[in-house]
Design a protein around this ligand. Structure first.
Ligand SMILES: Nc1ncnc2c1ncn2[C@@H]1O[C@H](COP(=O)(O)OP(=O)(O)OP(=O)(O)O)[C@@H](O)[C@H]1O
Ligand SMILES: [Mg+2]
Length: 264
């Protein structure tokens, strides 16, 4: 695919859950992801939906390099991440950022929002001096709709919605091409959820970012996604164009997920 930014081919992830107490030999393994493949183009959203424990987070973490697949490969801009030079690998990791469910938990409580946002800029040497760091911090705060006065606050001093905006700012401040959003609105009030989803859509249109958007909520995935992958017990049960999957689901499991969304 011409515009492809990230793809995975036949990824499988096994965890060892039991080892022999003397020999250390593996007695039991669990497969969190079994043979998943997907492809994502620039500026598009791949939704991953499925019940708890179906392998959604593991798939997202493997896509962004937080975990290694036991088998299979991840490709960034057509290049196998397992065969990259260290410079290429660093570039891939910078270009695939993450947003998690619990923004407060993912931020160091001892740093101000300004310092949290300045850190990736300084680590990656994106700015030439402190003044430029501050300009970049202000710019990203404005993009995510946060008042510049919040810069000097600590994560515990701002609301959950504001904190998730700051987490989005932290992900975007290094100009990634892909963001893995793992249940980004599940911990927020319903009224705030829509604001964050709309912000993610606005930023995607402005910055041409691709999202891997993970949620157990098929309604949210429907709102966000161009294509959808439905997972159950580590397996991909159905995937394709979002409308196709949601309007004409082929699998019983997908049909049940859609029905349960209407009941809730
Ligand atoms: N570090 C680990 N060691 C052993 N098993 C693990 C580990 N991480 C995940 N698993 C197992 O892998 C499976 C998939 O987990 P994963 O977190 O990817 O699911 P999920 O779809 O994101 O679930 P949730 O909706 O609850 O976040 C689960 O059965 C989980 O218990
Ligand atoms: Mg998860």
């Amino acid at each position: 695919m011409e515009n492809e930014v990230i793809s995975a081919k036949n990824i499988r992830k096994e965890y060892v859950i039991k080892k022999h107490f003397l020999t250390g030999r593996v007695k039991e393994k669990v497969a969190a992801v079994k043979n998943a493949s997907f492809s994502l183009e620039a500026g598009k959203t791949l939704g991953i939906v499925g019940e708890s424990g179906s392998g959604k987070s593991t798939t997202g973490e493997i896509a962004g390099g937080l975990q290694k697949a036991t088998y299979g490969n991840v490709y960034y801009c057509g290049k196998n991440t397992a065969e990259m030079s260290s410079d290429e690998y660093r570039e891939y990791r910078r270009n695939v950022q993450f947003i998690f469910q619990d923004p407060k938990g993912s931020m160091d409580p001892n740093y101000s929002i300004r310092d949290i946002l300045a850190m990736p800029i300084e680590t990656l040497k994106i700015a030439k001096d402190k003044k430029e760091v501050d300009l970049l911090v202000d710019d990203i705060l404005q993009k995510v709709g946060l008042d510049l006065k919040l810069k000097n606050k600590y994560p515990s001093e701002i609301s959950g919605g504001q904190c998730q905006r700051a987490a989005i700012a932290r992900a975007l401040v290094v100009n990634p091409r892909v963001v893995v959003c793992d249940e980004p609105v599940s911990a927020l009030d319903v009224s705030i959820q829509a604001q964050i989803l709309n912000l993610l859509k606005k930023l995607q249109a402005e910055l041409n970012i691709a999202y891997i958007f993970i949620s157990h909520d098929i309604g949210v995935v429907n709102y966000m996604s161009d294509s959808i992958m439905v997972m159950q017990s580590g397996s991909v049960v159905e995937q394709g164009d979002a409308k196709q999957v949601l309007v004409h689901p082929q699998e019983e499991y997908t049909k049940r997920l859609i029905e349960s969304a209407f009941i809730n």
